[in-house]
Design a protein around this ligand. Structure first.
Ligand SMILES: Nc1ncnc2c1ncn2[C@@H]1O[C@H](COP(=O)(O)OP(=O)(O)OP(=O)(O)O)[C@@H](O)[C@H]1O
Ligand SMILES: [Mg+2]
Length: 1019
């Protein structure tokens, strides 16, 4: 390679970045036009880094391989894994080894995390990513993840791309680089005339520098091509590049290189361009359709002519430049190319290549009617659906275009539905919706079950997009169609209330009695995500007709016999999916009664699975509209149904499990919620239904917050935010941030929580359920920050919406804000309302929160007896529902009240307990009030804050070293037996010591010791 000319500025910047590394992580962008010298610069960067002892790993995009999932990272993964075989993450290993990505059983963001962990473990390393403008979607998502969440350890990524081919996705990924990474942009400009002269001077002969400079415009690639032109071949004047195209003289010069090639060598070059970049030379004979000998000679020729080069230390070869490959590829005739791709597919298949390896060739080789190709692409799409849905969309598009019109409508429909799912998973709900409407417009009315599934799916997407009236409209219209209306007579006749149709725990039928999946077409179409947060519902398998439900014969599909039609129309369960979806939409629009009536109208013909799903809808809908008692009944029914179902059965209604879990956690049944959501999560992974994962993660995070599992909550909120972002769901992203804010408020206080709550509010629109969560979280943070006007305004917005089950919480918050602002009348009123409403809803946790507000109001009013009573009941409530942190808050309030009442001992005891909870849960956010209490208590109680190791004055002064140790363990709440174990002494000895300690400290009980030593940690 000739020496590098120019580029001193870029090299200087790189040197500075390397010197700052690894204490500073960075992302360096190398930006410039085709052929301008980006790759050359990257090579130089890598050499400098290697010389300085850094490990460098290479990856990058490739023009004709943009469907390969994680293509840009495969080389890097490979190296990382080679270095750290032992710690290899199964997720990454599966991706690298080309296993079908679906077998990884994880949603995309988990793979990204695994890579991040791998990078953390790999230490200071430089990642070079060339040609990012060609990177596949999965690679870009991974890059975006790494830039937004850099690994804990040092990271230096340098990426090159052509600015005019930079996709919006790449631009967004770069724009969102986290502040923790230094962002350095290096533009690669044309070489100066002097640089050109220098470059040419490096070689004897050639054309005049000036002419070449003008003709190449300072582009080194053009320069290299043009300099070899004989004088006679020069055309006049420079030709500027047109958006990505090569200038005419360069193109002409490149073509000359090819024209001169012997036929076999040209065939080899073209075959190489078909195989890939880099390419495996052993495939050349087959793909070039040449005897082995001839192919080898051809390879020698193209290598000698420097069209291709062998990769250092490898068997594989690369084109001299991607622009050369591009030209060689494009200059071959279309027909030859198709045949060559077909030969490549065969050759790879003969070597045991799987669908992922074959698909890119199949996509380019197959002709309409090639059913094997259709099957292969479909298979490949299935394999990457969850982890690289954008690739799945491409492959499905290919497969669909190969299916002759009218052939195998079942397969076509199935692939179309799969495509709608894949589109939704890429976050492109708009295109998913369009496709569904197109399908509906052309789909025959028969078979009805299929039509129903399509309509339900379409309505689901409308719902997820927030188009509630559109969803309701199309469902109502469909249900009024004569063939479905025929089922209505039955469905709407007076029936037992829905509860009666649901098995209770005791009467749940055994698995044997459950209709099989095949027999229950409607089960597949159970709506998802009901009333809550519908965004969850990326259209799912839910509404997707199962293979069994799809006609296998086109004639049957379009011309059913009269009897079949009659039988179909008479089946009352056919319309159930639509009714369920309508019930869901109604619940979402706050029309709970309508929702309830629709569920009731399902009647006693509804199968158990449908009924369970219906109750999950009612449960969460009830919770959200404040119809708590109905919600509670429905939760019980849905839980019984879900618990009785096998995993496989449940996989058809995973959305319902999500609704159940959410309803449970809203009803403060956090343990049950956790259990159901975890089962749902595990199943969604096992059955590859990643679309529901975000919803599960959010519900589980909500429960973790309530249970005081703060570390878990933070992790889940991070996971949820990632997966929400991948499906481009702003509302669910907002919810994830809001939950993170709640956890942070406990963990680190208002300053740590504020950024999350602010992001939550920014991510969603007002006047939605989602916004309530975000606005409420920010309001609480603002209160803690003392920014009362903002807190009040935010909360006013939340409270302006129809009442949901969270209302007592918001009213209590209003009381606290009013109290802080000195508006006692409003505080009194709000606290009382909060307590009343929580009591009416029988939600003990929320009542506990309301009682704390009430206790504070009473304290401000000087009504200490009432205050004390409220605080005590608050603590009991929180204890009863297992919410430790709100309980600690109740204890802090109780301590303040006790102090005001002059009962220092009780105050000390409450403080100690609050502190113990805070410590156990890592809730640093509780420190300020606890410390404040201790400070105030310190002024009242004769106690040394620290044991005096010198045995000096103070309460502990009278104790011996051993007694002091035992006193501290007593204060920390250890039993005699535990103390004996801890100190490895006999229990009897402990007893003796304890007696002495009590006597010397003049207290009667262990609690008395604890009051004297509230700071004690077990030693
Ligand atoms: N500063 C330089 N000094 C000497 N040679 C250079 C310089 N920059 C680039 N070259 C040579 O010019 C050719 C084109 O450069 P390079 O491949 O780096 O372009 P690129 O920007 O990566 O193009 P593309 O966008 O197509 O990938 C290469 O052969 C390279 O060695
Ligand atoms: Mg390049």
């Amino acid at each position: 390679m000739p020496g590098l000319v120019g580029r001193s500025g870029q090299l200087g910047a790189w040197g500075a970045t390397l010197r700052a590394f690894p204490s500073r992580s960075a992302f360096v962008e190398v930006v410039g036009e085709p052929g301008i010298g980006k790759t050359r610069l990257l090579t130089e960067f890598a050499a400098v880094a290697t010389a300085e002892g850094r490990r460098v790993s290479w990856g990058g995009g490739s023009e004709f391989e943009q469907e390969v999932p994680f293509g840009a990272f495969l080389g890097i993964f490979d190296e990382l894994l080679r270095d750290r075989e032992a710690e290899a993450d199964p997720l990454v290993t599966a991706v690298v080894s080309g296993q079908p990505v679906s077998s990884v059983a994880a949603e995309r963001h988990r793979i990204y995390r695994a890579v991040r962990r791998l990078l953390s473990a790999a230490g200071a390393r430089v990642l070079v990513l060339d040609d990012l403008h060609w990177a596949d979607r999965a690679s870009l998502e991974l890059l975006s993840h790494l830039l937004r969440h850099p690994p804990a350890g040092p990271l230096l990524v340098v990426g090159a791309y052509r600015p005019r081919q930079c996709s919006p996705r790449l631009a967004a990924a770069i724009a969102e680089t986290a502040p923790a990474l230094d962002r350095v942009r290096l533009d690669v400009d044309p070489l100066s005339e002097d640089d050109v002269a220098e470059l040419l001077g490096a070689r004897a002969g050639g054309c005049a520098p000036r002419r070449l400079f003008l003709a190449s415009g300072g582009n080194p690639f053009y320069l290299e091509v043009l300099r070899h032109l004989p004088d006679t071949a020069w055309t006049a004047g420079p030709a500027p590049a047109l958006d990505g195209d090569l200038p005419a003289p360069v193109l002409a010069a490149l073509r000359r290189e090819l024209v001169d090639l012997p036929a076999d060598a040209l065939a080899v070059a073209r075959a190489a361009a078909v195989i890939g970049d880099p390419f495996d030379p052993s495939l050349l004979p087959e793909v070039a359709d040449l005897p082995e000998e001839a192919a080898l000679t051809g390879l020698n020729t193209v290598t000698e002519r420097d069209l291709v080069r062998q990769e250092e230390g490898r068997r594989s070869f690369r084109f001299r430049h991607p622009l050369v490959r591009s030209l060689v590829y494009r200059d071959s005739s279309g027909g030859w190319r198709i045949a060559a791709h077909d030969r490549a597919r065969r050759a790879l298949a003969a070597r045991g290549g799987g669908p992922l390896a074959l698909a890119p060739h199949v996509l380019r080789a197959a002709t309409v009617g090639d059913l094997d190709a259709v099957a292969l692409l479909r298979r490949a799409a299935t394999d990457v659906l969850d982890t690289a849905p954008a690739t799945a969309v491409e492959w499905l598009r290919g497969a669909l275009s190969l299916l002759p019109p009218g052939r195998d409508p079942a397969a076509r429909l199935e692939m179309l539905v799969m495509k709608t799912r894949a589109l939704a998973m890429t976050g492109d709900l708009g295109r998913s919706r369009e496709l569904l409407h197109d399908m509906l417009a052309s789909a025959p009315r028969r078979p009805l079950g299929l039509r129903v599934a399509l309509v339900a799916q379409c309505a689901l997407v409308e719902r997820v997009l927030g188009h509630y009236s559109a969803a309701a409209g199309m469902l109502t219209a469909e249900l009024a169609e004569p063939d479905l209306a025929g089922t209505r007579a039955h469905a709407t006749r007076p029936t037992a209330p829905p509860d009666a149709a649901v098995p209770t725990k005791a009467e749940v039928p055994s698995e044997a009695a459950v209709p099989s999946e095949a027999a229950v077409p409607s089960e597949a179409a159970v709506p998802s995500e009901a009333a809550v947060p519908s965004e969850a519902a990326v259209p799912s398998e839910a509404a997707v007709p199962s293979e069994a439900a799809v006609p296998t014969n086109a004639a049957d599909a379009t011309a059913p016999s009269d009897t079949a039609e009659a039988a179909e129309a008479a089946d009352p369960t056919l319309s159930h999916p639509l009714r369920l979806e309508l019930a869901t939409v109604a619940a979402l629009r706050g029309r709970f009664e309508q929702s309830r009536a629709l569920v009731a109208a399902l009647g006693d013909h509804a199968n158990r699975v449908v009924v369970t799903a219906a109750h999950a809808v009612l449960a969460v809908g009830g919770a959200h509209t404040g119809a708590i008692h109905q919600a509670r009944r429905s939760v019980e029914r849905a839980a019984a149904g879900v618990d009785a179902m096998s995993d496989r059965e449940l996989s058809g209604v995973l959305d319902a499990v999500g609704q159940l879990g959410w309803a449970e956690t809203l009803l403060e049944q956090h343990a049950a919620a956790t259990r159901h959501l975890e089962r749902g999560l595990a199943l969604s992974r096992r059955f590859g239904q990643n679309h529901v994962v975000t919803y599960f993660l959010l519900g589980r995070c909500f429960a973790a917050n309530a249970l005081g599992e703060l570390a878990t909550a933070v992790e889940l909120a991070g996971d949820a935010a990632e997966s929400a972002q991948l499906i481009a769901s702003r509302p669910m992203t907002a919810m994830a941030h809001a939950l993170r804010a709640s956890a942070e408020l406990w963990l680190s206080g208002p300053e740590g929580a504020a950024p999350w709550a602010e992001r939550a509010v920014a991510a969603t629109d007002r006047h939605t359920w989602w916004w309530d969560a975000a606005g409420g979280a920010l309001s609480r943070v603002r209160l803690a920050q003392g920014r009362l006007a903002e807190a009040r305004d935010l909360l006013a917005d939340v409270l302006s919406r129809p009442a949901g089950c969270m209302r007592p919480t918001w009213l209590a918050l209003r009381a606290e804000i009013a109290l802080a602002a000195g508006d006692l009348p409003l505080a009194r009123r709000s606290a009382a309302e909060a307590v009343d409403e929580a009591t009416a809803l029988e939600l003990a946790g929320q009542r506990g929160g309301a009682l704390v507000a009430a206790a504070r109001v009473h304290l401000a009013d000087g009504r200490l007896d009432l205050a004390e009573d409220a605080a005590r009941r608050a603590e009991e409530d929180q204890h009863a529902v297992g919410q430790p942190l709100p309980r600690a808050r109740a204890l802090v309030t109780a301590a303040e009240i006790a102090l005001a009442a002059g009962d220092a001992a009780a105050a000390a005891e409450h403080t100690r307990r609050a502190k113990a909870i805070a410590r156990e849960r890592g809730a640093t956010g509780l420190r300020p009030p606890v410390l404040d209490l201790e400070r105030r208590l310190g002024a009242r109680l004769p106690r040394p804050s620290e044991p005096d190791p010198a045995g000096g004055a103070g309460v502990l002064g009278a104790l011996t070293g051993r007694e002091r140790q035992i006193a501290q363990l007593l204060a920390a709440g250890l039993s005699n037996k535990e103390i004996a174990e801890r100190l490895v002494i006999a229990p009897r000895t402990v007893e003796t010591h304890v007696t002495r300690v009590l006597r010397k400290l003049a207290v009667r009980s262990r609690a008395g010791v604890a009051r004297l030593l509230p700071d004690s940690d077990p030693v």
